[in-house]
Structure formats: structure tokens, C-alpha cells
Design a protein around this ligand. Structure first.
Ligand SMILES: Nc1nc2c(ncn2[C@@H]2O[C@H](COP(=O)(O)OP(=O)(O)OP(=O)(O)O)[C@@H](O)[C@H]2O)c(=O)[nH]1
Ligand SMILES: [Mg+2]
Length: 189
């Protein structure tokens, strides 16, 4: 496990590809790479995603809430891989599960924010506040979608597309052609 990076030509478009592992210990590296990302392919194990839904949704949440991702409206392709596995869920089902889980994560992150905001207001009354206010402001920008409305990917400012793939079925049958076209299109935007 580690970060791999390489220059590549995709559909005659020059790209610099960076592969970052999904493990939480790479969270800092992932955030650093996202600062300069023009397009993100988020690969999901379709056979394991239902049991790994919480960490998968947390990682995707962090990707979508990343400051550069939001300000540059960086497109995301959620690639539902291992479709050859009999346990694999469809991309439509994975999208539903992730929307449900991000919705519940958003509620718990919001509750944390409310208590932080309460602390900040208390501190303001006591006269010391600047840093707390900035922290609350920053956290508020982490909110995904619309307050009071169930989370769905279509409400985000950046486009999020879901597709299926299988690396063992080979390049064309496995869906890699589509991934390449998606990357090339994203870099031409
Ligand atoms: N059946 C099946 N196995 C796959 C497929 N793609 C990858 N694998 C296998 O899944 C395992 C993990 O693949 P990796 O490419 O290391 O996964 P990764 O996403 O880089 O994992 P991290 O870097 O740990 O986040 C390997 O044993 C692969 O051979 C697929 O489409 N179908
Ligand atoms: Mg890897």
C-alpha cells in the first residue's frame, strides 16, 4: 500500500494520475492530493461496500467536502468495481446506500457543529472568540447538500457520476474505456 503517481496519455490528453489508498491512515495525503485535483475517480469494492458502508461514506464525504473540490467544482466518478463478483451490488444500489449513509453522517457532524457553535457563542460572551468563530465558519462549509432536505448527490455543485467496472474482465468489457473517456472529458472542461 502506498501512493503511486505517473504521467499518462488518456485519449491523447496528458494527465498526471495519482493513486491514493483508501485506508484512513492516508487521510492527510488524500486531502493534500485533492488540493490540486482536476478530476477524482473514487473506486468502490461493490462486493464489500454494504458491510463497509460507514468508512466508505466517511471517506467520500471528506473528498466531496474538500475545499478545492468545492471551489473548483471538481467532478467525481464513483467507480463501482468488482462487478464480476456474485455479491456485487449495482451502481444504482450503491448510490442509494451512500446517500443514506452520508445523510446520517451529516446529521451527526451537524450535531458536533451545533455544540461547537454553542461553545463559541459562550466564549464570545466571555470576550475571547475570534479563533472559535473561524473554526465554526470553516466547519459550516463542510455541510453537504441542503439543510432540511435529505442528502442526494444531485444537490452538490460538483458533478458526481456513478459507473460500474470489473478489472478482471479486461479493458473494454471491464468498463475501463468509459473511465478513460470520463477522465479525458473532465480534463478538457
Ligand atoms: N474480482 C475482482 N477482483 C478485483 C477487481 N479489481 C481488483 N481486484 C482485486 O482486489 C484486490 C485489491 O485490489 P487493489 O488494486 O490493491 O485495491 P486498491 O483499491 O488499490 O486498495 P487500497 O490501495 O488498499 O485502497 C486485489 O487482489 C485485486 O486483484 C475486480 O474488478 N474484480
Ligand atoms: Mg491501492
Amino acid at each position: 500500500m502506498g501512493i503511486n503517481a505517473a504521467d499518462a496519455f488518456i485519449d491523447e490528453t496528458q494527465a498526471y494520475l495519482v493513486d491514493v489508498p483508501g485506508h484512513q491512515k492516508y487521510r492527510y495525503d488524500r486531502d493534500t492530493q485533492l488540493q490540486a485535483a482536476r478530476a477524482v475517480v473514487f473506486v468502490v469494492d461493490s462486493a464489500a461496500v454494504s458491510q463497509d458502508i460507514r468508512p466508505t461514506a466517511e471517506t467520500l464525504y471528506d473528498v466531496l467536502a474538500n475545499r478545492n473540490m468545492q471551489t473548483s467544482e471538481c467532478p467525481v466518478l464513483v467507480l463501482c468495481n468488482k462487478q464480476d463478483d456474485p455479491m456485487a451490488l449495482s451502481n444504482a444500489r450503491i448510490k442509494e446506500l451512500l446517500e443514506e449513509e452520508i445523510d446520517s453522517l451529516r446529521t451527526s457532524r451537524q450535531a458536533g457543529l451545533d455544540s461547537l457553535r454553542g461553545d463559541s457563542l459562550g466564549a464570545a460572551g466571555a470576550g475571547a472568540h475570534g479563533d472559535d468563530d473561524a473554526a465554526v465558519e470553516e466547519k459550516m462549509q463542510d455541510f453537504l447538500g441542503f439543510d432540511g432536505k435529505r442528502f442526494c448527490f444531485e444537490d452538490l455543485s460538483q458533478p458526481v457520476q456513478f459507473n460500474e467496472s470489473s478489472m478482471v474482465l479486461g479493458h473494454d468489457a471491464g468498463g475501463l474505456e468509459l473511465v478513460e473517456r470520463w477522465i479525458a472529458d473532465a480534463l478538457h472542461q
